[in-house]
Ligand binder design. Sequence first.
Ligand code: PMP
Ligand code: GLU
Length: 404
Amino acid sequence: MTAPNYKTATRLDAIKPSITLAVTAKAARLKAQGIDVVSFGAGEPDFDTPEHIKQAARDALGKGAVAKYTEVGGLPVLREAIAAELSRVHATSIPADQVLVSCGAKHSLYNLFIALLDPGDEVIIPAPYWVSYPDMVMMAGGTPVIVPTSPDDDFTVRPEAIRAHVTPRTRAIVLNNPSNPTGAVYTPAQIAALAEVAVEKNLLIISDDIYRSLCYGDATYQSIAALGPELAARTILVDGVSKTYAMTGWRIGYTAGPAAIIKAMAKVQGQSTSNPTHLAQVATVAALTGPQECVATMRAAFDARRRAIVDLLRAIPGVACREPKGAFYAFPDLGAFIGRHFGEGQPIKDDVALCDWLVEHARVAVVPGSGFGAAGHVRLSYACSMDNIKLGLGRLREALLSLR
Ligand code: PMP
Ligand code: GLU
């Protein structure tokens, strides 16, 4: 018998598995074996979904309608609710038929890149970036163009850095504000300067706003689409309920943007996943139209944890940590520890080796910065309890200070 051919698509050869999900899975595996790991891996709120949202889902389940498909792009009532919410946030008028609901903002982004990119089309991605952007662009046949930023600019991208990377093939720039992994929040002046480049170079802006409700202290979210019709017309808004309403597992994200692009994305979705889960859409209506105090309560808890984790990180000699102003990640520079030795062993060659050692020996899971295009850094999600933060940071401190 001829051996079956298990060769997988060449298209996937350059694609890496998601490191955020890999670290989270490893921590969960160790925990399942009874090993007490403190995980700062998952970018996922530890809170349960607020009760009124769960209740809306229970009620809908009782009525049975949720057993059926919905329109590919989502329930009309949900798209209306999203359109109303996004019109308010972005000070523009977004019709419901320019909204597409997908299985998480990750799916929204994937649909978008598949719908938008021809082979060789370029997408500008400022680094550090969320791990999935470059790989999604590549899976869609496009070319990610990584634009470095500096810690001195709080890891925000400068307009001139974008200008320097624009080519005739550039289609879009990804703007993730607040940023995963850095927690940076762009000021209104910075957003205005980026808007100018987008118009000057005729770029689309993919505005990943999944953390827009999580800004702390003086930082506020400034919408680029709100800067006028010229900007609204070139901005594709990607948003969702995962982070704002502690609804990661429900898998609902959405896109609002130019009709032609939304229509193309709906075509992709209609030939792949169809609608996102009906029940989850009903819960999302309740999230968007119900009481909003839960958002402020969770934000206040994240803020307290943010301040605690940054203080504890900065108290470790050799660790440099900027203040994250949004999202729920701290992104310290652990470069000072690379090249040191674990006891009598080998020198630590990079942040990946350091993170492997930390989880194996110190029982603390953090994500290596190289997955985000920022070698030498690590990401800690502080969407976990204060006890976890205190215990985990104690372990991290002890482990790092034991390196010679
Ligand atoms: N964008 C960013 C920057 C993220 O960190 C995430 C991860 N949750 C997503 C998009 C996707 O989120 P979801 O698919 O849960 O809506
Ligand atoms: N976005 C979250 C994170 O960065 C969840 C995992 C993922 O989808 O990457 O950790």
